[in-house]
Write a protein that binds this ligand. Structure first.
Ligand code: SAH
Length: 372
């Protein structure tokens, strides 16, 4: 799946344009990650046009987004574009857009949310609009079951996406899409390369702060199947487990687009989107598996290797402070591998109540000495 910025760059290259600038201070934003993508979005949404300048501008970017100097073409805001010769317009770009799947946020369960949760659904939908514009273009994001209350809460331009008031099944029928992938954390199967060619990906417009809405994504699938749509239910996992995969609507969309558009492996996509919060959830599950139990003079200590931090930070977005926080919560002690090896030398394994402990019998003096 091609990024909008890439399609835009190809159109520029066809016109023998290899670098462009901007006469607008707002487009692209100063710290934007992908200048070309942002300019392309602004052109597509009709804020401006790429024009030939009367005299070269100093600052610009090449088609890879690297900074360059002296450009003869630039993004020009529509209010002054009339003064310049247009070379690439919104229509040109729209006509070049390839077929691309829809990413649907299904609001079927809207009424099951509290007021606070509804605000969060609206916020995550707005963030999803930002996410879709980072990779594709606004109308690829579809929201179904849109009602007046949602419209009032949605603080983003609904005319820039596909907002549909009917059901997802009706929308799919209108678009002649007969089969979808439903992202469902409770699905049996994991999302795999064979699922990436679907006509639409459905994400539940669900926020579950109370924990009462567990499992209701499946009902979105049931409703679609009842209406004759084929549904492939798939979960996104991180090394086989959904714990650690962010469950916010916009983050799921972001992960999907990193996999589909940027062609990144799922694990990398998840790591990039994950916040330390979700990384800690997973760490809490992982670390106890690695603990060694020691009994020193009758007292139990659960110890893990300090070096595990490096191992886990390769696939979990953790900082040292997250690691320490989880250690404290779980009452674990981290020691350097060398010291663990030493402890293993001076201890003997023993089975107590079905669990293995390494027992160290120390005299008080020896213990003090060990501590110093
Ligand atoms: N409590 C809900 C989940 C809400 S998360 C439930 O148990 O069904 C919001 C949406 O994000 C879900 O409807 C689903 O489409 C998507 N999602 C979240 N985590 C996911 C995962 N690990 N795999 C696939 N989809 C996921």
């Amino acid at each position: 799946m091609k990024k909008l910025g890439k399609i835009f760059a190809e159109l520029l290259a066809e016109r023998d344009i290899y670098k462009i600038g901007s006469l607008s201070k707002r487009v692209p934003k100063r710290y934007s990650r992908d200048k070309l993508q942002e300019i392309a979005t602004a052109v597509l949404e009709g804020y401006g046009t790429i024009c030939r300048l009367k005299k070269p501008a100093y600052i610009g970017w090449d088609l890879e987004g690297n900074p360059v100097h002296w450009v003869e073409y630039a993004f020009v805001h529509s209010s002054i574009a009339g003064e310049f010769k247009p070379v690439l317009t919104s229509r040109d770009l729209r006509n070049a857009l390839p077929d691309s799947p829809y990413f649907i946020i299904d609001l079927m369960h809207w009424e099951k949310h509290s007021q606070k949760e509804k605000i969060k659904v609206a916020l995550q939908s707005a963030q999803s609009y930002g996410v879709i514009c980072d990779y594709l273009w606004g109308d690829r994001l579809a929201l179904t079951w849109v009602n007046e209350e949602f419209k009032a809460l949605a603080n983003f331009p609904l005319d820039k996406i596909t907002a549909y008031e009917g059901s997802t099944a009706e929308f799919l029928k209108e678009e002649s899409i007969g089969e979808v992938v439903l992202l469902d954390p409770r699905a049996e199967k994991e999302l795999g390369p064979d699922d990436l060619n679907a006509g639409a990906f459905v994400i539940g417009g669900i926020i579950d702060t109370s924990g009462k809405k567990r499992g209701i994504t499946a009902r979105i699938g049931d409703a679609l199947e009842d209406a004759g749509i084929k549904v492939r239910r798939r979960k996104i996992t991180l090394r086989g487990d959904i714990i650690g995969v962010p469950d916010r609507i916009n983050m799921i969309l972001d992960i999907m687009l990193r996999i589909l558009v940027e062609e990144k492996p799922a694990e990398k996509a998840i790591l990039e989107v994950q916040a330390p919060l979700q990384a800690r959830w997973r760490l809490r599950k992982e670390l106890p598996k690695r603990a060694i139990r020691y009994k020193v003079n009758g007292k139990t200590y659960r110890v893990i290797e300090k070096e595990l931090f490096d191992e886990y930070s390769r696939w979990l977005k953790i900082r040292w402070e997250d690691f320490v926080k989880v250690l404290r919560e779980l009452d674990l002690i981290a020691l350097e591998r060398k010291r663990i090896q030493h402890l293993n030398k001076i201890s003997n394994p023993r089975l107590i109540n079905g669990k293995t402990y390494r027992v160290i019998l120390l005299k008080k003096a020896a213990m003090l000495c060990y501590n110093c």
